[in-house]
Design a protein around this ligand. Structure first.
Ligand code: HEC
Length: 109
């Protein structure tokens, strides 16, 4: 395996961080499709679910890291809430990044 040239290694070294950076924040376009389910509960005027009438937190326009932390905690079970744990468990790590990227870039209605 001596065929890898120095130029190839340099190219890899400089291109890898760029790729990592663009993926780190998630893909807002993909997140938009995922967020469609979320609006069933979160996208409601006054942030009350229609029925039963309980309070839901505002999630659009929230900080990206905050959203990732909250969803990861629901997923891991360190933050407990039956519906949100179920929601978070249906997402993988990339989904969480994507949906957080979308929500954090979406202005508060
Ligand atoms: C069935 C209704 C329902 C659905 C669907 C739902 N949520 Fe939630 N969500 C809630 C409720 C209720 C809470 C408050 C839970 C609590 O008190 O911990 C919550 C809390 C959250 C929080 C924490 C907010 C905060 O300020 O701490 C985030 C983030 C969140 N949801 C994101 C999402 C995302 C992303 C989706 C879609 C993948 C989603 N939710 C789908 C009902 C829902």
């Amino acid at each position: 395996m001596r065929s890898i040239t120095l130029a190839t290694l340099l190219a890899l070294a400089f291109s890898a961080p760029v790729v990592a950076q663009t993926q780190a924040k998630g893909d807002a376009e993909a997140g938009k499709r995922l967020a469609y389910t979320c609006t069933g509960c979160h996208g409601i005027t006054g942030y009350k679910n229609a029925y039963p009438n309980y309070h839901v937190p505002r999630i659009s326009g929230q900080n990206y890291e905050y959203l990732v932390t909250a969803l990861t905690a629901y997923q891991a079970g360190t933050r407990k809430h039956p519906t949100m744990s179920a929601q978070a468990q249906s997402l993988n790590e990339q989904d969480i990044a994507n949906v957080a990227a979308y929500l954090s870039a979406t202005p508060t209605p």
